[in-house]
Design a protein. Structure first.
Length: 367
């Protein structure tokens, strides 16, 4: 499956990136994993897609009645055009959880508004965003307490369990689709707006129909409790070689167990702090490695004096070739370690210096 940039219907502000190939359902088909921000169609349309066959399904009517008042359409306006995504209200005083790729233009001056399920709109402002996990929090002001989505437990999900997705695909506010949990524990790289991919760690895979504009919306259980934040979809190229942008039943959501705590960090601090190894690295392109006869890996540009990497003996000019047993050919492996470890954890680092292989242990530290 190749990764391609997400594009909205009216702007091409998202970055591009290249990825790797997958085999889907045993067939050697090229697919594209795309971020699902965007859309321009205005209006408030409620739809319902019920699962075919005899498998169990949520009472989507009951879920929609309970959850839709907590779901908003996020409207982004900038000089490059307009786009939309989705979000859910997580506090009664107006904090809204969404995806970073939905609101990233706001970091460069774009304006934000939200449309509620009853159709009225208000201005919003950016509180904080985390490109590493593709999560963000925005804030609206309201004289009255806002309805808040109930928080579930993504750790209790089971494969085959019915779920419901809510959001604004193609700008169609208050859209509801139903499906099941297709798989758990996916690690999914998706394009980000910084110098590396965002990594969806432990992502929930679902066949609930998710389309451009659903980004940032809620994936809920049959009790209407938030279990994930819809973030990405896989698409299969058509006969012309271009990937379709609609749902093929393979969508991914950031699990609630990761998204909600990070959202509260963004609310409190405006950013998320990750453990650090105290080293600055850049990937060595494979073609460059071949041309100069060096190993693929991460070139160490700088090491923080007295930091974890320096204490472990790593120096500027070294080439890191492995992290915790995984080949370190891009920044995704480093991002995954930051997302899945805490300060005080140790990691094994394989590196080259003057053509000789070394292995050391680095203890991650607070940033």
């Amino acid at each position: 499956m190749t990764q391609e940039p997400a594009e909205t219907s009216t702007t091409k502000a998202e970055p591009s990136t290249k990825g790797r190939a997958w085999l889907i359902a045993g067939l050697a088909v090229a697919a594209a994993l795309i971020l699902i921000a965007g859309g321009f169609i205005a209006g408030a349309v409620a739809t319902l897609a019920l699962n075919a066959g005899s498998r169990a399904a949520c009472n989507a009517v009951s879920v929609a009645d309970r959850v839709l008042p907590t779901i908003v359409t996020v409207l982004v306006s900038s000089g490059g055009g307009n786009s939309n995504g989705s979000g859910e209200i997580i506090t009664s005083d107006g904090y809204i959880l969404t995806n970073n790729h939905v609101i990233s233009p706001a970091a460069s001056g774009a304006t934000l508004r939200v449309r509620y399920s009853d159709g009225h709109e208000t201005d919003a402002r950016l509180i904080g965003r985390d490109p590493k996990t593709d999560l963000a929090v925005i804030k609206v002001e309201s004289d009255d307490a806002l309805p808040v989505i109930d928080i579930g437990n993504s750790g209790n999900l089971s494969v085959g369990q019915p779920v419901v997705a809510l959001g604004a695909p193609l700008g169609l506010s208050s859209t509801v689709t139903a499906g099941i949990v297709s798989a758990l524990g996916r690690t999914v790289p998706v394009p980000s707006d910084d110098d590396r991919n965002a990594i969806l760690v432990g992502a929930i895979q679902t066949d609930a129909s998710i389309n451009p504009g659903n980004s940032g919306g809620a994936l809920v259980d049959c009790n209407g409790r938030l279990v994930g934040v819809n973030t990405a979809i896989a698409t299969v190229p058509g006969s012309g070689g271009q990937a379709s942008t609609g749902s093929v039943g393979i969508g991914f959501a950031v699990p609630q167990a990761l998204a909600v705590p990070l959202a509260h960090q963004l609310i409190e601090h405006g950013e998320v702090a990750y453990p650090t190894a105290g080293v600055e690295v850049v990937p060595i392109p494979h073609a460059v490695a071949v041309r100069y006869g060096v190993a693929d890996g991460l070139f160490v540009q700088a090491v923080d004096p007295g930091g974890p990497a320096a204490e472990a003996g790593i120096r500027a000019g070294d080439v890191i070739t492995g992290l915790n047993g995984r080949q370190a050919v891009n920044l995704d492996v480093l991002t995954t370690i930051q997302l899945t470890h805490e300060a005080g954890d140790t990691i094994t680092v394989d590196y080259l210096r003057n053509g000789r292989t070394h292995t050391t242990t680095v203890t991650l530290a607070e940033p």
